[in-house]
Design a binder for this molecule. Sequence first.
Ligand code: MD3
Ligand code: FE
Length: 208
Amino acid sequence: AEIAPGAVHVPGWLSLQQQRELLERCREWARGPVPLRHAVLPGGGRMSVRSVTLGWDWEPYRYVRTGEGKRALDMPPWLTGMGRRAVAEAYGPDSPDARAYRPDTALVNFYDATARMGMHQDRDEFSAAPIVSLSLGDACVFRFGNTETRSAPYRDVELRSGDLFVFGGPSRWAFHGVPRIRPGTGDPELGMKGGRLNITLRMTGRTA
Ligand code: MD3
Ligand code: FE
């Protein structure tokens, strides 16, 4: 479903088995070398989500404090391929965005039952390419706003485990956030003890 120009929601894109495998990879990434942790904002505040990145050492995500001289893990080619298939699913395999899509960074966010993400724009990348979002575990309320202000008008959309969302075109610059997690809504069959994982795939547009 296209909820706004370029914002395409594909509920249940990942099978349970694909979700299990992606969860297992997330668990490996979360262990290090730069472990899952709370990003620290420039003003000193701590984000409630915990994060780990692949492919780029936090530089685009200036809110995330660099791990003690340790490099982030590389972006695995299979994950780049999954991002390409995701954009092909949302926009069609012959769309210019799908043909050009080669995500080089993944940002993995873990939300416990109380974590939130305030309304923001993603402006750290040097690229207008779409952002791919994959959800695992508990459902959440995802708030999709407008490009002008962090306040209304916005639409609230439920994101569930296995859902794909692609944000490109004009939606690439929309304000968005996660006002609440719905604890206990995850599929016990997935084997996540609680909380929500969101994996975003991005083209940073960096050249070095
Ligand atoms: C809409 N993450 O990491 S994913 C983020 O669920 C982030 O963890 C949220 O916002 C999460 O920056 C939302 C969906 C998403 C990601 C990027 C977007 C929506 C977007 C970029 C532009 C517009
Ligand atoms: Fe974001």
